[in-house]
Write a protein that binds this ligand. Structure first.
Ligand code: GRF
Length: 252
């Protein structure tokens, strides 16, 4: 039995709660396609949310067999939260309790996500460390996208343009996004997918960021498709792999 989080409605965007609160209990497995239940996704963001939007658009087009049942953010005024409101996706505010003592606790967030029957959590430009309670509750089910080829240029302090500036300054000839599972540290979880882009001789950080971001949008959609189609497999040594859709004995 799920414990009801205390006063959860105060952390939901009020304008949305009435409109789309019913979504909280959707996704009971009725939507079977090819024997696979549609997956419920939670997306966490702190900014513009272009990755969030591209995944949502892929769902609307039907390529991702899932639904974004809730958006979690520490920045309620960010562009991604506006997009969620416009698309009737419930928005939950989650801040560090040290900064805002009256904020939702990590345990209450876990309870809330369970209430939404969340299968996978996708971090897409979420700048806060994920609390241990959540990492433990959603073991092997939280993914993050990082704009460099991890394990290079990752860890605390490597975010936004700082990543691309460091890549250019290093002289690396290639960069690109990494999607990895989330553990209790920044950018150290198991790598699931990567895409390579060239770093050009005259690149500015903004130019490189734009080239990487274009690939991020494609890669996150491909990974979301695979998750929802249950094509994720774990190698014996703990490395996650994606089974190829066309030829299931190949891995991406
Ligand atoms: C992306 O570059 C992602 O790799 C990083 O944060 C950025 C988010 O961009 N984690 P957006 O908000 O999805 O546009």
């Amino acid at each position: 039995m799920l414990r009801e989080p205390r006063n959860i409605s105060q952390y939901l965007d009020q304008s949305l709660f009435c409109v789309s609160g019913a979504k909280a209990v959707s996704g009971d497995g009725q939507d079977l396609k090819g024997g696979v239940r549609r997956k419920n996704l939670a997306v966490f963001i702190s900014g513009g949310g272009s990755n969030f939007r591209s995944i949502h658009q892929a769902i609307l087009k039907g390529s991702v067999q899932g639904e974004i049942v809730v958006l979690v953010t520490n920045k309620p005024g960010c562009g991604g939260a506006d997009y969620a409101r416009d698309n009737n996706i419930p928005v939950i505010l989650f801040s560090n309790m040290k900064e805002k003592p009256d904020s939702l606790s990590a345990d209450d967030l876990v309870t809330t996500l369970r209430r939404y029957k969340v299968d996978f959590i996708l971090l897409a430009g979420y700048l806060k460390l994920i609390p241990l309670e959540l990492v433990r509750a959603y073991s092997r089910s939280i993914l993050n996208i990082h704009p460099s080829l991890l394990p290079a240029f990752g860890g605390k302090g490597y975010y936004g343009m700082k990543v691309h500036q460091a890549v250019i300054a290093s002289g690396a000839r290639y960069s690109g996004p990494t999607i990895h599972f989330v553990d209790e540290h920044y950018d150290t979880g198991r790598i699931l997918a990567q895409r390579v882009v060239p770093v050009l001789a005259n690149d500015t950080a903004n130019e490189l960021a734009a080239r990487v971001l274009q690939q991020e949008h494609q890669l996150y959609v491909e990974v979301a498709e695979a998750l929802c189609e249950e094509r994720l497999v774990w190698r014996e040594d703990g490395v996650p792999l994606i089974r190829n859709k066309i030829n299931p004995s190949d891995y991406n």
